[in-house]
Design a protein around this ligand. Structure first.
Ligand code: HEC
Length: 201
């Protein structure tokens, strides 16, 4: 009988403690700092992944162009073909992709959220604002990292103005592989698109 009362009491005390804990709101400052820490963590991870991927991609592209010109290099601006992307995705429990308002490969078309982010960056770019990486909490288990992708002169060989920075011959080959291509007409310093990296907890 005594032990029964005792355990009942324990349960009550635990219950009370739990309800109290739930009822007491966490001081918002504390909650915010946890959120900020998470945001900062994913920002750092996202930046590291984007940099590593970009470096690997650019290296491949440059080598392929040197070896056989633009036609030889076309398959090397494809993230999916990079073994590094595969291993980084596994290590970080992430999906790594690039998207744009003007895509070359229809597979890179933006989702609704990505389209929103792309428009926001495009707006900032037009207003001459600094484009910064950002992290959005998609749901309790998913955080999305976004960062702008800017074009340099080298990229124009395949994304520039046809007949000028992008030769008409090379563009013919591009159009054969990507009949719906929209990723041309850019100049150096343009906003080409974004990195979109989703982290799953
Ligand atoms: C040799 C030609 C070539 C060069 C140089 C090149 N690209 Fe690409 N780019 C492509 C091709 C082809 C695709 C489509 C890849 C695929 O099938 O996924 C592509 C796709 C992309 C995409 C993905 C979105 C989309 O439109 O499908 C981005 C972003 C991109 N390129 C940015 C760049 C940047 C930035 C540079 C310069 C650092 C660059 N590219 C240089 C040929 C090139």
């Amino acid at each position: 009988m005594k032990t029964k009362t005792f355990s009942l009491l324990t349960i009550l005390v635990v219950l009370l403690f739990l309800t109290c804990k739930n009822a007491t709101p966490t001081p918002s400052g504390q909650e915010e700092s946890v959120v900020n820490k998470k945001e900062e963590l994913y920002k750092q991870k996202g930046k590291a992944i984007a940099t590593a991927t970009f470096t690997s991609l650019s290296g491949q592209l440059q080598k392929a162009i040197k070896d056989g010109g633009v036609p030889n290099a076309l398959e090397y601006c494809n993230l999916a073909a990079l073994p590094l992307v595969d291993s980084l995705s596994k290590v970080h429990k992430a999906t790594i992709r690039r998207t744009s308002l003007k895509v070359r490969n229809p597979k890179d078309s933006p989702t609704a959220l990505e389209a929103k982010v792309l428009l926001e960056y495009a707006n900032q770019f037009q207003n001459g604002e600094e484009l910064k990486a950002m992290v959005l909490e998609v749901d309790t288990q998913t955080n999305a990292f976004f960062a702008p992708i800017m074009l340099n002169e080298f990229c124009l060989q395949c994304h520039g103005k046809v007949g000028k920075t992008l030769s008409a011959e090379n563009y013919q080959i591009i159009q054969k592989i990507y009949p719906q291509d929209k990723a041309i007409g850019y100049v150096t310093g343009d906003l080409r698109g974004i990195w979109s990296i989703q982290f799953y907890e």
